[in-house]
Design a protein. Structure first.
Length: 276
């Protein structure tokens, strides 16, 4: 049988790295992508192939997809994982940073998907997995542009699912809860730089501390990246995958509460949990 070929972006650490290892163990031919190939070195001994890819650079994305198609003749799975969290008060975030957040989290994802779809259509099969967030279903303080990008990924994915089902292509959303990666620490650092001084400083301090707590290796109120990797593996190996996988600490209950509670009641829940 032909081995499925998977391309995973943002694979140098965290969710992307765990997913690359999990799909490799599931028998797929895995291409792990990041802007710098040297950061992927520890994946090589497991048999994972590595490739340079910057999702914000059109030429880089095109080159990577063409290299994989030339070597393998197909791409069966695309895991759009590359992204980051830009935190700061809306009043204080420069528009250049807001554009960068949307460029990475939304436009980079969309363009790479455009590049792989012709091959998937020709095969009559494929799976696009978009790593969203529980933050694509509700918002937290001082994360306006991050949440805007993830809300957009949710809408984009829903539309894609309707467009592509006739071609045998599945579109799956993964909505992680709190995951123990360096994502939270990086977001906290950005938040302190942007809003750590001035009118939002007190709120920024509390939110940054909350983000950092979830990133600690032994944090009790978060989940390891492996739970997301397992969800991706289930999605790409299922005959009929679910449209959404809500996994990781807090994802299911908080998304559920966001749907049933009045807005201001849920606002109070989020404000209390974030310390803001």
């Amino acid at each position: 049988m032909t081995r499925k070929v998977a391309l995973i972006t943002g694979a140098s650490s965290g969710i992307g790295q765990a997913t690359a290892c999990r799909l490799q163990s599931a028998g797929l031919t895995v291409y792990a992508a990041a802007r710098r190939v040297d950061r992927l070195a520890e994946l090589v001994p497991s048999g994972v192939r590595t490739i340079a890819l910057d999702v914000t650079e059109d030429d880089s994305a095109t080159k990577a997809v063409n290299e994989i198609l030339a070597a393998e003749g197909r791409i069966d799975v695309l895991v759009n994982n590359a992204g980051y969290g830009s935190y700061g008060a809306l009043e204080e975030v420069p528009m250049s940073e807001a554009r960068a957040q949307i460029e990475v989290n939304l436009f980079g994802l969309a363009h790479l998907t455009q590049l792989v779809l012709p091959a998937m259509r020709a095969q009559g099969t494929g799976t696009v997995v978009n790593i969203s967030s529980m933050g694509g279903r509700f918002a937290t303080p001082l994360g306006a542009w991050y949440h805007a990008s993830k809300y957009a990924v949710e809408g984009l994915s829903d539309a894609m699912r309707l467009e592509l089902r006739h071609f045998g292509i599945n579109v799956v959303l993964i909505e992680p809860g709190l995951i123990r990666t360096d994502w939270g620490a990086i977001a906290a650092e950005r938040l302190r730089t942007t809003s750590g001084h001035g009118p939002y400083a007190e709120q920024a301090t509390h939110v940054a501390e909350s983000l950092e707590r979830g990133s600690q290796p032994d944090a009790p109120m978060s989940s390891p990246a492996s739970v997301i990797a397992e969800a991706v593996a289930k999605a790409v190996t299922a005959r009929r995958p679910r449209t959404r996988y809500r996994v990781g600490y807090g994802a299911r209950p908080l998304i559920f509460l966001s749907r049933i509670l009045p807005d201001r009641v849920f606002d109070a829940v989020i404000t209390r949990s974030s310390g803001a």
